[in-house]
Design a binder for this molecule. Structure first.
Ligand SMILES: Cc1cc2nc3c(=O)[nH]c(=O)nc-3n(C[C@H](O)[C@H](O)[C@H](O)COP(=O)(O)OP(=O)(O)OC[C@H]3O[C@@H](n4cnc5c(N)ncnc54)[C@H](O)[C@@H]3O)c2cc1C
Length: 414
C-alpha cells in the first residue's frame, strides 16, 4: 500500500469530464483541490458526446493512406470530414502535421494502446466512486457496413486491433439482426467490440463526478482562468475574479487550452475537430447499444433521455457559428437505418473535440515549470480517456509511478 501523499493546494482549470476526473482522483488523495470554469461542470464538449468508452480505437486518425483519401473526403458534403473554406488557411498547418503523423501510425498506436487498455477499468471505478454506476454499463458497440467497400476499408484498423489484443467479432446480416432487431436489414457486415463501455448521459456523469467531488470537500468556482503567475517560489491562477495561489496547477480546459498552455510555456498545435449532435425521439423497438454506420460516418447512441445522433468532423475553429445542414442530412440516413425512427430533432448541439494532429493527448508534467501538469487534447476519445487521465495526474502529483510511459504525451513533443 502506497503512503498517503503530502496534501497540496491544487487548482484544476476546466470542469469538463477530464478536469472533474482529475479533481476526483486528486481529492481522493487528500489534496486541497479547487476547479475553476466559467461554465457549469460538463457544459463544454463533455455535454454532448456519444458516450462510447471506445477502448477499441487503437488505430490513430492519421492512418497510412490518409493522403490518398483526402480529395474524396473534401469533395463529399456527407463525408467524415468537412473543412470550411474560410478556416482552411488556419487549419492547413495542422492538416500538414496530421499527414506527417501517418508515417508514425505504428508508434502512435503503441502510445494509445496502454491508455486504452486501462480506460474501461478506470471508468468503472470513477463511476462507482462518484455514485454514478447507474449511468455506466458495458454493452459493447457495433460498427455497421452496408457496402463491401466500407468493410474492406476497415481492414487496416482491424490489423491494429489484432496487434494490440482488442477483441472484436465480425458479424453477418443475420447475426446483426439478432443483436439489434431494430435495425433495417441493409447491413452486410458489422464489427462488434464486446469490451467497450457506454455512458448513457455524459453530461450527468460529469455532474455526478463534480457533485461527489464537492461532497468530499472539493471546491468549484465559476471563474475563467486568464493567465498564470509562475514567479520565483510562487504559483497562481489569475481569473477575472482574483488570484488563486496553488502549489500545483492542472490545465484541463479541453479545446480552449492552447493559449493557456502557451502562457505555461508549452507551444502545442491544438485545434478543434468540431462535431454535432441531434436528440431524437427514441424509436420502438430501441437500440440496446451505440451503433456506428461506417458508410455515412455517424453514431446513434441510446441515451437515457432519447436517441442521440453524433456527426463526424468539421474544421471551422472555435468561433464560427454552427451549420446544422450536415446533421440534417445524417438524420435522413438514420431514418433509413431505423425504420421506426420518426419526427424532427428535439435539439441540436455543436461541440469542440480538443485535438492534436498526432491523435495523442497532452498528458503529464510540464517540462518547463515545476508543479504544472497538463491533461487536454483527448480528441475523439476524451470521455474514454478521462478517468485514466485523472488517475495518472493524481499518481504524478503523489509521486507514484503511473505504470505507463508518458513520454509520447509530452507537451514538448512539437
Ligand atoms: C459529437 C462528438 C461525439 C463524441 N463522442 C465521443 C465518444 O463517444 N467517446 C469519447 O470518448 N469521446 C467522444 N467525444 C470527445 C469528447 O467529448 C471530448 O474529447 C471530451 O469531452 C473532452 O473533455 P474535456 O474535459 O477535455 O473538455 P470539455 O468538456 O470541453 O471541458 C473543458 C472545460 O474547460 C473550460 N474552460 C475553457 N477555457 C477556460 C478558462 N480560461 N478557464 C477555466 N475553464 C476554462 C470550458 O468551459 C469547459 O467546461 C465526442 C465529441 C464530440 C464533439
Amino acid at each position: 500500500m502506497d503512503a498517503a501523499p503530502s496534501p497540496k493546494t491544487i487548482v484544476v482549470v476546466g470542469a469538463g469530464i477530464v478536469g472533474t476526473a482529475c479533481a476526483h482522483f486528486l481529492r481522493r488523495d487528500g489534496h486541497d483541490v479547487t476547479v475553476v470554469d466559467p461554465l457549469e461542470p460538463g457544459d463544454g464538449t463533455s455535454f454532448g458526446n456519444a458516450g462510447v468508452i471506445a477502448t477499441s480505437e487503437v488505430a490513430p486518425i492519421a492512418m497510412p493512406g490518409l493522403l490518398r483519401q483526402v480529395p474524396r473526403m473534401l469533395a463529399d458534403p456527407n463525408g467524415p470530414v468537412v473543412v470550411r473554406l474560410r478556416y482552411l488557411p488556419k487549419i492547413a498547418p495542422w492538416l500538414f502535421e496530421l499527414v506527417k503523423a501517418t508515417r508514425r501510425a505504428d508508434a502512435i498506436a503503441a502510445a494509445l494502446a496502454p491508455l486504452l487498455a486501462e480506460a474501461e477499468g478506470a471508468h468503472d471505478a470513477l463511476a462507482r466512486e462518484a455514485g454514478a454506476a447507474d449511468l455506466y454499463r458495458k454493452p459493447g458497440w457495433l460498427k455497421l457496413y452496408s457496402s463491401e467497400r466500407a468493410f474492406a476499408e476497415a481492414a487496416a484498423e482491424l490489423s491494429f486491433m489484432r496487434r494490440y489484443g482488442v477483441r472484436y467479432e465480425v458479424l453477418e446480416s443475420e447475426e446483426i439482426r439478432e443483436l439489434e432487431p431494430a435495425l433495417a436489414p441493409i447491413f452486410r457486415r458489422a464489427i462488434f467490440h464486446p469490451d467497450c463501455g457506454f455512458v448513457r448521459n455524459p453530461k450527468r456523469l460529469t455532474e455526478r463526478v463534480a457533485r461527489s467531488f464537492l461532497e468530499k470537500g472539493g471546491r468549484i468556482w465559476r471563474e475563467k482562468a486568464l493567465r498564470f503567475d509562475l514567479g520565483e517560489g510562487r504559483r497562481a491562477v489569475i481569473t477575472e475574479k482574483g488570484r488563486h495561489a496553488a502549489e500545483v496547477i492542472v490545465l484541463a480546459a479541453g479545446a480552449w487550452s492552447r493559449p493557456l498552455a502557451l502562457s505555461l510555456g508549452a507551444r502545442v498545435p491544438l485545434d478543434t475537430e468540431r462535431g454535432y449532435h441531434a436528440m431524437l425521439e427514441p424509436p420502438e423497438p430501441a437500440l440496446s447499444r451505440p451503433v456506428y454506420w461506417d458508410d455515412h460516418h455517424f453514431i446513434l447512441a441510446p441515451m437515457e433521455h432519447g436517441l442521440r445522433l453524433t456527426s463526424g468532423v468539421e474544421f471551422a475553429g472555435l468561433e464560427a457559428p454552427p451549420d446544422y445542414r450536415l446533421l440534417d442530412r445524417l438524420i435522413g440516413f438514420a431514418k433509413r437505418m431505423l425504420p421506426s425512427l420518426k419526427g424532427e430533432p428535439r435539439s441540436r448541439w455543436l461541440g469542440f473535440r480538443p485535438s492534436l494532429p498526432d491523435s495523442l493527448p497532452v498528458l503529464g508534467r510540464s517540462g518547463k515549470h515545476e508543479g504544472v501538469y497538463f491533461a487536454f487534447g483527448h480528441q475523439h476519445l476524451g470521455l474514454t480517456l478521462s478517468a485514466i487521465s485523472g488517475r495518472i495526474i493524481a499518481d504524478l502529483v503523489a509521486g507514484r509511478d503511473p505504470g505507463i510511459d508518458l513520454s509520447p504525451y509530452r507537451a514538448e513533443r512539437w
